[in-house]
Structures are given as structure tokens and as C-alpha cells.
Design a protein around this ligand. Sequence first.
Ligand SMILES: Nc1ncnc2c1[nH]c(=O)n2[C@H]1C[C@H](O)[C@@H](COP(=O)(O)OP(=O)(O)OP(=O)(O)O)O1
Length: 170
Amino acid sequence: MVANKLLTLVLIRQCNRVLLGYKKKGFGVGRWNGFGGKVEQGETIQQAAARELHEECGVEAHSLEEIGLLKFEFVGDPQWLEVHVFTADTFKGEPTESEEMRPQWYNIHSIPFNDMWPDDKYWFPIFLKGAKFSGYFKFEGHNNILKTELKEVEKLHYNDYEHFKLNGIV
Ligand SMILES: Nc1ncnc2c1[nH]c(=O)n2[C@H]1C[C@H](O)[C@@H](COP(=O)(O)OP(=O)(O)OP(=O)(O)O)O1
């Protein structure tokens, strides 16, 4: 069994706007997304989320709240991605373009789903209404979703995939 690859994703939200970044290179290039990346050895997931946010758009958020847990399987790849999603409504600094991301505020009614990861349109509505979520998506390539499991949760449980598996969902 190959260990999941741990990643973070931070969505800054203020009233009716969300800060997204246009990915300029690497995994997910050409797509709008929150800010995040791999958890490095020796740091907690939350520390990684804050670090990636700062590296990618220059802002600091001290009150990150974990709101989602997403697992991604890609056909032919034994390693799954485990993405821990955080939000914050306050931050310090001015969103600034980095080598990796170009930040831009979007109104919550005009989120550019056609230019985002295809799973985002499923879980963003849960995020936007202020709830937590847990999901599993099976991808073929980077554009085609073969299987989707998503639920709104009161509390995040890191073993939701086990729940899906035990219940014959995946
Ligand atoms: N399917 C999907 N939907 C929404 N968001 C994501 C995905 N898959 C993903 O990987 N992501 C998110 C999770 C992370 O925030 C980024 C990917 O991080 P990545 O750029 O690979 O990590 P870094 O550590 O910044 O990479 P390098 O700088 O090491 O190349 O997308």
C-alpha cells in the first residue's frame, strides 16, 4: 500500500468574494485554484497550509480553519492525493503574484468553474455556505471524473474513505 500524498489548499473568503490564484506552472497549470501544496517533513498540515499560502500569494493567515478533506485517485497511479482544505476570513498583507500563482478576487456568484479542477464545482457550494465536507473523486487523466463521493459533515474524520469502502461506495 502506497502512502497518500499530503497536500493543502487554502481559500480566503471575505463576504461575497473568494481569493483564487491562476496556476502558472506545475500540477494543475492553467487552472484557478486556492493556494497550497505539499506538506513537508517536520511540519503540521496547518503549518504547511500557512506556508504555502504565504509562498504563493504573499499573505499571512493566522486563523486557518480546516473545512474539507478530499481524496483523489488517478487511474493507473497507486498513490492517492489527500488534500486538506482550509479557509480564513482575515489575513495580513496584500495578495501578490508569485512564480507559481497569480491571485485574483472572484465574486462568489462568478467562480470560474470551467477553468478549475472539475471536482471543485461539486464541493465549492458546500464551502460557500459555510459547511464542512469530505469527498473522494476518481479521475481518468486530469479532466474526467469517473467516480464521485461527497458528503457534508459536521466534523472532519480522516478515515471517511474507510467509511465509503466499508459501505461498498468505492
Ligand atoms: N482535484 C483537485 N481539486 C482542487 N485542488 C486540487 C486538486 N488536486 C490538487 O492537487 N489540488 C490542489 C492541492 C494543492 O493546493 C495544489 C497542488 O499542489 P502542488 O502545486 O503540486 O504542490 P507544491 O508543493 O506547490 O508543488 P511544487 O512547488 O513542489 O511543484 O492543487
